[in-house]
Design a protein. Structure first.
Length: 192
């Protein structure tokens, strides 16, 4: 029985979402096609009906994860009280919950170390980073778009670095201190 276009697209979205979660948890080299398809509830053979290669799926999953992160930040900003959008993003991003859920969190820190070894993935990662920078630049003060962009780039680097470090250390107190320290510094820098 042939699947409808809608069913085929829903299956593809499920594969991409599953891949995004697993890639963020295990890295770009941490999962094979057979394991991914099993996690998505599909057979290994169904993979090539949706993607020409593993690298193509990695690229799409990475891009989709980062697009999801930018959309999440926009939702947080829209729901925050007036003037508190950036604080709300900082609180959500630099949280213990985000630290402890890499599979559903931001792909920037989760994949930064792997992406340079996967040229096909870099374009989507770069576009995703640009999307996150754009959200931050809209929320940061500055005399010009160039100043806001520079500040947004620095803030994104600080956020991603803090999250990566907080996940890497084995001392829970130090991990929490990293998140809190970067949050406090980012809030102070924004007001300066």
């Amino acid at each position: 029985m042939r699947k409808s276009r809608e069913e085929t697209e829903a299956t593809r979205r499920r594969i991409v979402a599953t891949a995004g979660r697993l890639l963020q948890e295990r890295g770009l080299d941490g999962i094979g096609v057979a394991e991914l398809m099993a996690a998505a509830g599909l057979t290994h053979g169904a993979f090539y009906a949706h993607f020409p290669s593993r690298e193509a799926l990695l690229a799409e999953a990475c891009a989709a994860s980062l697009t999801r992160s930018a959309s999440h930040w926009r939702r947080i900003a829209e729901q925050a009280p007036r003037g508190k959008a950036l604080d709300a993003i900082l609180d959500a991003y630099l949280s213990i919950r985000h630290r402890d859920t890499p599979g559903t969190g931001c792909a920037v820190p989760a994949l930064a170390g792997d992406v340079p070894r996967h040229p096909d993935v870099r374009r989507g990662y770069t576009e995703g980073v640009e999307g996150l920078v754009a959200v931050l630049a809209e929320l940061l003060p500055g005399r010009s778009a160039a100043v806001r962009r520079r500040r947004a780039l620095a803030l994104l680097a600080a956020l991603a670095g803090a999250l990566a470090l907080s996940r890497a250390v084995d001392d829970p107190a130090l991990s929490a201190e990293i998140l809190a320290g970067v949050r406090q510094q980012a809030q102070a820098d924004r007001r300066a």
